[in-house]
Structure formats: C-alpha cells, structure tokens
Design a protein around this ligand. Structure first.
Ligand code: BV8
Ligand code: ZN
Length: 248
C-alpha cells in the first residue's frame, strides 16, 4: 500500500501537514458534501452556505445547520483522526489544516489544528458579535435571535463569498510552504482558496500524497495517490512508522 519512496520521505521528514476535507469524517458518520450521500445533493451551496441566503431565509439555513449540529453531537472521531493525533507526536513539526467544521481533529487529540472554514460548534450574533454555544441556541425552533440586541445568530463557519479567517489561513500557508510531506486527505479539492494548498506545498518542495476514495482534480498533479478509506490507510501508515522507529 505504501511505496518505498513515501516511507523514505516520511523517515527523513521534519515537518508534516495533513490537509483534510469531509472524507476524513465520513467514517464517523458525517455525510460528505459532494459524494453519493452528499448533503449538498439535497441542497445547493448557493441556497444555503452563503450570507445572502441566510438573510433571505434564515429559518431554512438554520434548519440545515441544526440538522448538521445534531449529527455532530453524536459522532466520534474515527481511527483516521486518532492516527493523525498519533502521527503528530512522531514529528517535530506537524499541523492539521482542515476544511471541516466538525471539531473532530481536536477531539481526537491533535494540538496544532487550523480550521479554514470555521467551526459548527460556535455561533455568533451578526448584530453585536456575541458568541453563543450550540447548547444555548439548539432549543430555538426558528432562527435564533441574540438576547442582547435581538440580532440574528449565525453559525461561525465561512460561507461562500466570505474570507477565510486570516490567522488560520496565514498559518496554513506557512505550514504548507515548509512541509516536507503534505497529505491531502478526503477532499475533492474544489473549494478555493483551501484547495490551492496542496500544489502550493508541492511548488515549495513538499512531497504531496493524496489519500481518497476516488481520484480528484489533484490526483495527476501530485507525487502519490493512495486509493482507499482514510480511517483504514492512516492507522496502517502510523503502525508502519512506529514499527520502523522502534527498529532503529
Ligand atoms: C472566498 C463551511 C473570496 C460551511 C465551506 C470559481 C473558481 C474558483 C473559486 C471560486 C469560483 N467561484 C467562487 C469561488 C470561490 C469559492 C469556491 O471555491 N467555490 C467553488 C465551489 C467553485 N470559495 C469561496 O467562496 C471561499 N471564499 O473565495 O472568498 C473573497 C475574496 C475577496 C473578498 C471576499 C471574498 C469560501 C469557501 C468556504 C465555503 N465553506 N464550508 C459549511 O460547512 O457549512 S466549503 C465546504 O466544502 C466544506 O468546508 C468542505 O470541507 C469543503 C470542501 O469539500 P470537501 O471537504 O472536499 O468535501 P467533498 O464532499 O467535496 O469531498 C469529499 C471527498 O472525500 C470526496 O473526494 C470523496 O471521494 C472522499 N471520501 C469520502 N469518504 C472518504 C473519502 N476519502 C477518504 N476516506 C473516506 N472514508
Ligand atoms: Zn447581538
């Protein structure tokens, strides 16, 4: 499953980036966006994940996010998440750069996690910026309103047409530019600017490996494509790395 080239690159590496998308959380029971049971099959991004749609129809947008928040409440990190947490301890520099908003990487134990598209466990008032937890707002039937200023409360995620959080973006850029090995895991690599990171890393000298169920726009532009499930491949890879570390 793993080429001698990848094993040797991982053996010599000092800095690793794991760039992840919805496929990373699929085995935890979180539906992907564009796969066969993708949540956007029923909805379209332009209807839901953008600010205008929210202002035009806050109840519909909230219905979708409440559905996803409910899912997130009952799911656990999967073996792929735990493998990345173990991998972080094997390298001097290790960053997870995720497009996911489900907080599963942190719950699995990764310390350096950059969330490019926000976090569905946080919400804030568009009027006065007050933050609200899911517990505080999930009791509302329709779109929740701020107790301080009556403004609409929105999920703290990055919608289409919105800028990514600058601190997360620049830290991710810096990690990509200094990575020896850059993994792109469970992402269709269609949403920008996040999707530009793998090739940016490659141009800066990283060995870029893609782990995905199917090939993507990236697959023929990077160094190695490993077909399969993140929750199966990553634990196997970490087992191999730990075995070779003990043999030394
Ligand atoms: C911005 C948060 C600029 C919300 C999300 C035309 C060309 C290029 C770009 C654009 C364009 N038109 C518009 C744009 C910009 C736009 C964009 O990229 N659109 C795309 C769709 C064309 N981007 C933006 O708007 C971004 N902002 O550009 O601002 C700007 C400049 C100046 C001033 C103001 C603004 C903001 C984008 C962020 C959108 N928010 N999410 C929410 O979650 O509700 S995006 C959403 O898609 C999620 O974050 C998700 O993570 C992300 C990417 O999807 P994936 O993670 O890749 O998931 P997907 O289902 O697609 O793929 C899963 C993969 O996993 C599949 O390949 C599957 O085979 C695989 N898989 C499944 N199971 C497994 C597996 N792999 C391994 N193991 C498994 N078990
Ligand atoms: Zn308010």
């Amino acid at each position: 499953m793993f080429s001698p080239r990848l094993i040797s690159k991982l053996h010599d590496a000092k800095s690793i980036v794991a760039f992840t998308g919805a496929g990373m959380s699929a085995e935890s029971g979180v539906p992907t966006f564009r796969g066969e049971n993708g949540i956007w099959k029923k909805f379209k991004p332009e209807e839901l994940a953008n600010f205008d749609a929210f202002i035009r129809n806050p109840d519909l947008v909230w219905e979708w996010y409440k559905h996803r928040k409910q899912i997130i409440r009952f799911i656990q990190p999967n073996p792929g998440h735990f493998a990345l947490a173990e991998m972080e301890a094997l390298y001097p520099k290790f960053a997870v750069v995720t497009q996911n908003v489900d907080n599963l990487h942190r719950r699995a134990g990764n310390k350096t996690v950059y969330e490019l598209h926000g976090n569905i466990e946080r919400n804030y008032c568009i009027g006065c910026g007050t933050y609200y937890s899911n517990e505080e707002i999930l009791k509302f039937e329709s779109a929740p309103k701020c107790t301080k200023c009556k403004g609409l409360i929105r999920p703290d995620v990055v919608w289409f047409g919105e800028l990514l959080p600058a601190s997360q973006w620049f830290a991710s850029l810096d990690s990509a530019e200094h990575a020896d090995v850059f993994f792109s895991i469970g992402t269709s690599a269609v949403v920008h600017p996040a999707a530009s990171l793998p090739l940016l890393a490659r141009h800066a000298g990283a060995f870029v490996v893609e782990i995905n169920l199917e090939t993507t726009e990236l697959s023929n532009q990077i160094d190695e494509f490993i077909p399969g499930k993140a929750g199966e491949i990553l634990p196997e890879l970490v087992r191999l790395l730990k075995d070779s570390a003990t043999k030394e």
